[in-house]
Design a protein around this ligand. Structure first.
Ligand code: NAD
Ligand code: ZN
Ligand code: ZN
Length: 348
């Protein structure tokens, strides 16, 4: 079968022939129906060197996956062949206290996981391929009947990550609150919808790309802004001088962190999701009083079930640009160029 593989750090992925996986005891092979191309894969290709992560190439890219169960190993009882499933991407040990709550992103016994701190497409073979090996049925979530795997795939990260980030700040997203979403790409356009679908807060979206701002408006943003030196002042004007109750930064550069820190209201949350690697000073007076600065990482299995539920009810959807497996490398070229609308989804 064909698979798009990262062969080395600091390199572009290659479409190569590899053997189709067969499931061992407890394992499941998925026929891929859709695999999302995440900006994190660009960080994997361009930013990391050996030793930075607990694992190394080669592996097949693609950590946002959904499809149909193709074959099951001995002892698998919870899913059956032909069943449509989403893959829960962060693979932990399944037994530690975090994993028991379904928060496998924060597994506290990573040496007992299929791979420490990773998953399919992150150290192990992912879903930009015809088939994918999933080490346990625990990592599969049955799809609601009206969600095609192609539609569901981006929900497993581009949907789940902002859902988790929004959920952590729900108590601050009151009817009079304003949420700023910085970066309206794959994750950010889902964040706008998740805030609108699950709270009554207003949303201000910030992105330098006109097409991204148009997408933000299409999916429900109340106000859209191009980033400029005046953006902090504009956000304060739009909020009666108070600032934003929650700022979700889906970029994470020095300039977006400054924007986030500067525009947060007292008691507000600044949530860093993007991993561009920027930094800002943190001191008593570097932001408003009682502003919390936090990072978030992906999401839990129960949250994925909630995201699929929201999508199944038509309350959120991932805008997508579709690519064939033959054109899968092109998806990343376009992601760098900034020409992808919503999420690039590869369909073998
Ligand atoms: P994407 O490329 O689809 O979207 C990024 C968007 O940010 C684009 O629309 C771009 O125009 C916009 N942007 C760039 N510079 C900007 C600026 N200065 N101000 C405002 N907007 C700006 O990327 P994505 O797949 O949505 O991922 C976003 C980030 O989140 C990446 O860094 C990715 O690695 C990271 N990520 C983090 C997690 C996590 O768990 N923390 C999970 C998935 C992705
Ligand atoms: Zn991702
Ligand atoms: Zn664990």
């Amino acid at each position: 079968m064909r698979a798009l593989r990262l062969m080395n750090w600091k390199s572009e992925p290659e479409l190569v022939e590899v053997p189709k996986p067969t499931p061992g005891p407890g394992e499941v092979v998925i026929k891929i129906g859709g695999a999302g191309a995440c900006h994190s894969d660009l960080h994997l290709m361009h930013d990391f060197v050996a030793g930075a992560l607990p694992w190394n190439p080669p592996f097949t890219l693609g950590h946002e996956n959904a499809g149909w169960v193709d074959s099951i190993g001995a002892g698998v009882t919870g899913v059956h062949e032909g069943q449509a499933v989403a893959v829960y991407g962060p693979w932990g040990c399944g037994k530690c206290s975090r994993c028991q709550l379904g928060i496998e992103t924060l597994c506290e016994n990573p040496t007992a996981a299929p791979i420490p701190g990773g998953g399919g497409g992150l150290g192990l073979d992912g879903g930009i391929a015809e088939y994918m090996l999933v080490p346990s049925e625990r990592f599969l979530v049955p799809l609601p009947a009206n969600l095609d795997p192609f539609i569901a795939a981006p929900l497993t990260d581009a949907g789940l990550t902002p859902f988790h980030a929004v959920r952590r700040s729900w108590s601050k997203m009151t009817p009079e609150a304003t949420v700023v979403v910085v970066g309206v790409g794959g994750l950010g356009h889902m964040a706008v919808q998740i805030v609108k679908a699950t709270t009554s807060a207003k949303v201000i979206a910030v992105d330098p790309k006109a097409a991204a701002l148009a997408l933000a408006t299409d999916v429900g943003a109340d106000v859209v802004l191009e980033p400029a030196d005046s953006t902090v002042a504009t956000i304060r004007e739009l909020t009666q001088g108070h600032g934003a109750d929650v700022v979700l930064d889906f970029v994470g550069s020095e300039s977006t962190l400054k924007l986030a820190q500067g525009s947060a209201r007292t008691l507000g949350d600044v949530t860093l999701v993007g991993i561009a690697g920027g930094a800002v000073p943190f001191s008593f007076f570097s932001q408003g009083y009682e502003v919390s600065l936090q990072t978030t990482y992906w999401g839990s299995r129960p949250e994925l079930i909630e995201v699929l539920n929201l999508a199944s009810r038509g309350l959120i959807h991932a805008e997508h640009t579709r690519y064939s497996l033959a054109d899968s490398a092109e998806a990343y070229v376009d992601l760098v160029a900034g020409t992808v609308r919503g999420r690039a989804v590869i369909v073998p």
